[in-house]
Design a protein around this ligand. Structure first.
Ligand code: NI
Ligand code: MN
Length: 219
């Protein structure tokens, strides 16, 4: 599979069969993804992003927790799957499970459901996209239930884990094969140096991989 980082918390995950985008907040002047599936962790604008236009343009299936899915459906998304934190749902070419995240979900004023993380099981790999979250102990439970190949984690602080907490999450709780930092350097309050995240993971089981914005890697 090919994973591409479009900046902030947005990744595309492409196989021969599907083109998934997670938290589609990206620069429309630089990128024009054509997803078959749009996965969203919570309703904050920097995550729900361009979901509506992507779903309308490409007839993509929008997948999120119940109220977030309702929210986008009410705005006119043609193809929506409502689910929630709980078990895996099988979408034939991949499976998704939503996990807890320690964060909120709103349009900025009114609450829209809850914040979540995502475990994506695809081509026999478990990818954990943590969404926006602070550190919580049940990350260990998530990894115990689903040994992780790749973990995508916020490191920017202020709204989410900072580098120290993200390093702790990786080294002590999640222990993925690969850790990818996200949610940093987009806005002034979340400035962070991802190299420090990498340095923090020296001598651990996990290999840190820092994507440049627009960069793709094969896994
Ligand atoms: Ni958020
Ligand atoms: Mn955010």
């Amino acid at each position: 599979m090919k994973i591409t980082y479009l900046g902030h918390s947005c990744f595309t995950i492409e196989t021969n069969d599907v083109s998934i985008i997670i938290d589609p907040f990206y620069d429309e002047n630089k990128f024009s993804p054509k997803p078959s599936h749009v996965l969203v962790t919570h309703a904050h604008l920097d995550h729900i992003g361009h979901s509506l236009s992507l779903c309308q343009k490409h007839n993509a299936l929008f997948i999120s927790t119940f109220e977030v899915a309702n929210h986008i459906e009410n705005q006119g998304a043609p193809n929506v799957h409502h689910m929630h934190i709980g078990g895996f749902v099988d979408f034939e070419k991949f499976k998704i499970k939503f996990t807890p995240a320690l964060h909120s979900s709103s349009d900025g004023v009114n609450n829209i459901g809850v914040a979540a993380g995502i475990i994506l099981n695809i081509e026999d790999k478990n990818i954990y996209h943590a969404g926006d979250t602070g550190l919580f102990g049940d990350m260990a439970l998530i990894a115990k239930r689903h040994p992780l190949d790749i973990a995508m984690l916020p490191i920017g602080g202020n709204f989410t884990m900072d580098i120290d907490d993200a390093v702790y999450a990786v080294a002590e709780l999640l222990k993925p094969k690969i850790a990818v930092p996200m949610h940093y350097n987009t806005f002034p309050p979340i400035m962070a140096n991802p190299q420090k995240f990498s340095e923090g993971l020296k001598n651990t089981y996990t290999k840190p991989i820092i994507f440049n914005i627009g960069e793709s890697k094969d896994f």
